[in-house]
Design a protein. Structure first.
Length: 193
Protein backbone atom coordinates (compact mmCIF):
# COMPACT_ATOMS: atom_id res chain seq x y z
CA UNK A 1 0.00 0.00 0.00
CA UNK A 2 1.32 3.42 -0.93
CA UNK A 3 0.26 6.51 0.99
CA UNK A 4 1.91 9.06 -1.28
CA UNK A 5 -0.07 10.86 -3.95
CA UNK A 6 1.21 10.57 -7.49
CA UNK A 7 0.47 13.55 -9.74
CA UNK A 8 -0.93 12.35 -13.05
CA UNK A 9 -3.20 14.79 -14.77
CA UNK A 10 -5.07 12.45 -17.06
CA UNK A 11 -8.17 13.10 -19.12
CA UNK A 12 -10.91 10.48 -18.54
CA UNK A 13 -13.78 11.50 -20.78
CA UNK A 14 -14.98 14.87 -19.47
CA UNK A 15 -13.21 14.23 -16.11
CA UNK A 16 -9.62 15.20 -15.33
CA UNK A 17 -7.79 12.97 -12.84
CA UNK A 18 -5.29 15.14 -10.96
CA UNK A 19 -3.85 12.59 -8.55
CA UNK A 20 -4.32 9.02 -7.42
CA UNK A 21 -3.20 7.17 -4.31
CA UNK A 22 -3.65 3.49 -3.57
CA UNK A 23 -5.20 3.26 -0.11
CA UNK A 24 -5.91 -0.48 0.11
CA UNK A 25 -4.93 -3.65 -1.70
CA UNK A 26 -5.68 -7.34 -1.18
CA UNK A 27 -5.83 -10.37 -3.52
CA UNK A 28 -9.34 -9.38 -4.72
CA UNK A 29 -9.54 -5.58 -4.86
CA UNK A 30 -7.49 -2.40 -5.01
CA UNK A 31 -8.97 0.84 -3.67
CA UNK A 32 -7.67 4.19 -4.84
CA UNK A 33 -8.45 7.73 -3.68
CA UNK A 34 -8.43 10.14 -6.60
CA UNK A 35 -8.55 13.90 -6.85
CA UNK A 36 -10.45 15.07 -9.92
CA UNK A 37 -11.85 17.99 -11.80
CA UNK A 38 -15.49 17.17 -12.56
CA UNK A 39 -17.20 17.69 -15.93
CA UNK A 40 -18.69 20.86 -14.41
CA UNK A 41 -15.21 22.23 -13.70
CA UNK A 42 -15.31 21.82 -9.91
CA UNK A 43 -12.72 20.05 -7.78
CA UNK A 44 -13.77 16.70 -6.36
CA UNK A 45 -12.68 13.33 -5.07
CA UNK A 46 -13.43 9.83 -6.22
CA UNK A 47 -13.04 6.49 -4.50
CA UNK A 48 -12.42 3.75 -7.05
CA UNK A 49 -12.64 0.02 -6.30
CA UNK A 50 -10.85 -2.10 -8.89
CA UNK A 51 -11.74 -5.80 -8.85
CA UNK A 52 -8.99 -8.24 -9.80
CA UNK A 53 -11.53 -10.83 -10.94
CA UNK A 54 -14.65 -10.82 -13.08
CA UNK A 55 -17.98 -11.84 -11.57
CA UNK A 56 -19.42 -14.94 -13.22
CA UNK A 57 -23.14 -15.78 -12.82
CA UNK A 58 -24.86 -18.95 -14.01
CA UNK A 59 -28.57 -19.64 -14.48
CA UNK A 60 -28.80 -23.44 -14.67
CA UNK A 61 -32.11 -24.66 -16.16
CA UNK A 62 -33.06 -28.31 -16.58
CA UNK A 63 -35.43 -29.82 -19.15
CA UNK A 64 -38.38 -29.51 -16.73
CA UNK A 65 -37.82 -25.75 -16.30
CA UNK A 66 -36.19 -25.94 -12.86
CA UNK A 67 -33.25 -23.90 -11.70
CA UNK A 68 -30.94 -23.99 -8.68
CA UNK A 69 -30.34 -21.27 -6.14
CA UNK A 70 -27.57 -21.32 -3.60
CA UNK A 71 -27.89 -19.75 -0.19
CA UNK A 72 -25.31 -18.63 2.30
CA UNK A 73 -24.68 -16.07 5.00
CA UNK A 74 -23.05 -13.01 3.42
CA UNK A 75 -20.54 -11.39 5.74
CA UNK A 76 -20.93 -7.89 4.26
CA UNK A 77 -24.70 -7.91 4.78
CA UNK A 78 -24.65 -9.99 7.99
CA UNK A 79 -27.64 -11.80 6.51
CA UNK A 80 -28.57 -14.99 4.66
CA UNK A 81 -28.82 -14.52 0.90
CA UNK A 82 -30.39 -16.61 -1.86
CA UNK A 83 -28.49 -16.23 -5.14
CA UNK A 84 -27.70 -17.95 -8.38
CA UNK A 85 -24.47 -19.95 -8.56
CA UNK A 86 -21.67 -17.43 -9.05
CA UNK A 87 -18.08 -16.67 -8.32
CA UNK A 88 -15.01 -14.88 -9.56
CA UNK A 89 -12.94 -15.62 -12.62
CA UNK A 90 -9.50 -14.19 -13.38
CA UNK A 91 -9.60 -11.28 -15.82
CA UNK A 92 -7.27 -13.12 -18.19
CA UNK A 93 -9.42 -16.29 -18.19
CA UNK A 94 -12.16 -17.01 -20.72
CA UNK A 95 -15.42 -16.30 -18.78
CA UNK A 96 -16.97 -19.61 -19.88
CA UNK A 97 -14.22 -21.55 -18.08
CA UNK A 98 -15.04 -19.70 -14.86
CA UNK A 99 -18.76 -20.37 -15.35
CA UNK A 100 -18.18 -24.08 -15.85
CA UNK A 101 -16.00 -24.24 -12.74
CA UNK A 102 -18.42 -22.25 -10.54
CA UNK A 103 -21.47 -24.31 -11.58
CA UNK A 104 -19.65 -27.53 -10.70
CA UNK A 105 -18.30 -26.17 -7.41
CA UNK A 106 -21.56 -24.79 -6.09
CA UNK A 107 -24.19 -27.18 -7.47
CA UNK A 108 -22.31 -30.29 -8.55
CA UNK A 109 -23.81 -29.96 -12.03
CA UNK A 110 -22.09 -29.58 -15.37
CA UNK A 111 -23.86 -28.43 -18.53
CA UNK A 112 -23.74 -29.55 -22.14
CA UNK A 113 -24.94 -26.21 -23.52
CA UNK A 114 -23.83 -22.71 -22.57
CA UNK A 115 -25.15 -19.36 -23.75
CA UNK A 116 -23.59 -16.07 -22.72
CA UNK A 117 -26.50 -13.73 -22.06
CA UNK A 118 -24.99 -10.40 -21.08
CA UNK A 119 -22.18 -8.43 -19.56
CA UNK A 120 -22.96 -6.03 -16.71
CA UNK A 121 -21.13 -3.50 -14.58
CA UNK A 122 -22.02 -4.24 -10.98
CA UNK A 123 -21.96 -0.71 -9.50
CA UNK A 124 -20.39 1.66 -12.00
CA UNK A 125 -20.41 4.68 -9.70
CA UNK A 126 -17.71 3.15 -7.47
CA UNK A 127 -16.19 0.15 -9.26
CA UNK A 128 -15.04 -1.10 -12.64
CA UNK A 129 -16.19 -4.66 -11.81
CA UNK A 130 -17.60 -6.55 -14.76
CA UNK A 131 -20.00 -9.49 -14.56
CA UNK A 132 -20.77 -12.05 -17.24
CA UNK A 133 -24.04 -13.98 -17.08
CA UNK A 134 -24.55 -17.41 -18.63
CA UNK A 135 -27.49 -19.74 -19.21
CA UNK A 136 -26.53 -23.39 -18.68
CA UNK A 137 -28.73 -26.19 -20.05
CA UNK A 138 -28.35 -29.90 -20.72
CA UNK A 139 -27.45 -30.39 -17.07
CA UNK A 140 -25.61 -33.45 -15.81
CA UNK A 141 -25.62 -34.20 -12.07
CA UNK A 142 -22.40 -34.62 -10.10
CA UNK A 143 -20.84 -33.81 -6.75
CA UNK A 144 -20.43 -30.32 -5.32
CA UNK A 145 -16.82 -29.15 -4.97
CA UNK A 146 -17.25 -26.29 -2.49
CA UNK A 147 -14.41 -23.98 -1.56
CA UNK A 148 -13.48 -23.76 2.13
CA UNK A 149 -15.23 -20.39 2.48
CA UNK A 150 -18.50 -21.92 1.20
CA UNK A 151 -18.97 -24.38 4.06
CA UNK A 152 -22.43 -23.05 4.89
CA UNK A 153 -23.64 -22.95 1.26
CA UNK A 154 -26.87 -24.81 0.55
CA UNK A 155 -28.51 -25.42 -2.80
CA UNK A 156 -32.19 -25.38 -3.61
CA UNK A 157 -33.94 -26.69 -6.73
CA UNK A 158 -37.14 -24.91 -7.80
CA UNK A 159 -39.12 -23.98 -10.90
CA UNK A 160 -37.54 -21.05 -12.74
CA UNK A 161 -40.84 -19.17 -12.36
CA UNK A 162 -40.57 -19.38 -8.54
CA UNK A 163 -37.01 -18.04 -8.60
CA UNK A 164 -38.16 -15.15 -10.81
CA UNK A 165 -41.00 -14.45 -8.35
CA UNK A 166 -38.44 -14.39 -5.51
CA UNK A 167 -36.40 -11.83 -7.48
CA UNK A 168 -39.45 -9.67 -8.09
CA UNK A 169 -40.77 -9.77 -4.50
CA UNK A 170 -37.43 -8.99 -2.83
CA UNK A 171 -36.57 -12.45 -1.47
CA UNK A 172 -33.53 -12.39 -3.77
CA UNK A 173 -31.70 -9.08 -3.36
CA UNK A 174 -28.41 -9.87 -5.09
CA UNK A 175 -28.46 -7.55 -8.12
CA UNK A 176 -26.66 -9.96 -10.44
CA UNK A 177 -29.06 -12.78 -9.60
CA UNK A 178 -32.08 -10.54 -10.15
CA UNK A 179 -30.80 -9.32 -13.53
CA UNK A 180 -29.88 -12.83 -14.66
CA UNK A 181 -33.21 -14.36 -13.63
CA UNK A 182 -35.19 -11.62 -15.38
CA UNK A 183 -33.08 -12.00 -18.53
CA UNK A 184 -33.58 -15.77 -18.64
CA UNK A 185 -37.29 -15.45 -17.90
CA UNK A 186 -37.68 -13.02 -20.79
CA UNK A 187 -35.69 -15.33 -23.06
CA UNK A 188 -37.99 -18.25 -22.19
CA UNK A 189 -41.11 -16.08 -22.56
CA UNK A 190 -39.98 -15.11 -26.06
CA UNK A 191 -39.15 -18.72 -26.98
CA UNK A 192 -35.46 -17.90 -27.46
CA UNK A 193 -34.18 -21.06 -25.80
Amino acid sequence: MSDSKIKLPQQRGPWLKLSSAEVYDNPWVTVTHETVTTPGGTEGIYGNIHFKNRAIVIVPVDEAGNTWLVGQHRYTLDAFSWELPMGGGPLDEEPLLGAQRELKEETGYSAKHWQQLMTLHTSNSVTDEEAVIFLATGLVAGEQQLEASEGDLIRKKMPLSEAVAMALNGEITDALSVAALLAVDRLYQQGGV
